[in-house]
Design a protein around this ligand. Sequence first.
Ligand code: LLP
Length: 445
Amino acid sequence: MTDVGDSPSVRRLSAWDAAELQTLVDDYGSPLYVLDLERVRQNYRRLAAAFPDADILYAVKANALGDVLTTLREEGAGLECASAGEVQRALEAGASGSEVHYTAVNPPARDLDWIVDTWREHPDLTVTVGSEDTIDRLADRGYDGRLCLRVNPGIGAGHHEKVQTGAAAKFGVPAERAVDVLADAAGRGFDVVGIHSHVGSGVSSDQLDDHREFVARMGDLARKVSHVVGDLEFVDVGGGFGVPYRTDEEPLDLESVADATREALGEIDARLTIEPGRYFVADAGVLLTDVNTIKAARDTTVVGVDAGMTTLIRPAMYDAYHPIRNLTADLDADEREMIPQTVAGPICESGDVFCADRELPATERGDVLAIGNAGAYGYEMANQYNSRPRPASIILADGDARLARRRETVDDVTRPERETCGGTDADRKTDDHPAASDTDNQRVR
Ligand code: LLP
């Protein structure tokens, strides 16, 4: 078993065993996601050691593979879920209701129906709501269980404007209204257990002041709330712990983040809860991809690969940097010239590139490239655009590699439509999270 003592605070792409990864592509094909569960454990233990007094939830959205959920549960994490689907995954991974927090963001009726049904069987689950409307919609369904209020503290941070949630109007009840909303909910019989906020994702060391200010606002609010509705069970300050993607970036100094968090929160009569996603899984995963085309373009060399923005969307969506390593060149005895290259996928969009004009060893057709830090928000955001099946996922654990999720086929992509066209009208309405109830509309009408 892993010991925190021997776990480096960052695992760079260069530390992966090229021969082992090459063998995986030979055996399972490309593109291929690979996730090392031992590294997930190390990341958890390092963070837990820095926050010994906090409860830790894993934000499932970063990587929802069952093996990841099981591993982090074994380590002691609860699970923060963004949808009914993620709650279902959590329960399938063996979580009890008390380990599950469902964070409802403009929740679809279908999700709320399913969650309330599930709560009847698992009355200890916690629902975090970000608007008064959602409280009404829960009440309409008969829910009066554990309730946490997501607040908008008016301060955001993170690696890109699209993931800075703390000040975005979409998220949470404005902090200045939180006390009234919670007093009202308590008066209506809800079991008010906590307050929550999430500043954003990929917060770096140079945003530590924003983090401090954000946590201080949550501490102030917790004290105000406790005067009105009594002590809270927990104050959840979300996730957002950044990881280094570039080789010259330093990892977060967790001790400083933990000290700043405690100091900014001040005295509260409630447990501190954090809910990171990326931190546990990002550097535990790589994406492997075959090179199929080399083209001399006007100003660069284009390296065509079989993964694209449908496999890993972060570069296209956030201009995110991911390290790229040529495994074949590393395994070769030959020295290759370093030249600027643009690594591009097979999708018909100019944004479908993993890097532009990056200095890499001259690539050859048939090489295998590894794209680093692909364990967080990689497979989770993969999609079937251009009718491309999603890749397979491999788990490394206990010195072995095994297939955790098979590669999709084109048949998987076309099946729902084929089945619908061939089926009856009743089939067309069927859904495994069944049709949403009319509860919301009845109320409004
Ligand atoms: N809690 C809540 C309520 C969240 O919305 C999130 C992330 C987290 C926790 C975990 O944040 P983390 O520790 O992973 O930063 N797709 C984007 C990231 C979106 C994050 C959304 N919310 C990316 O690839 O950078």
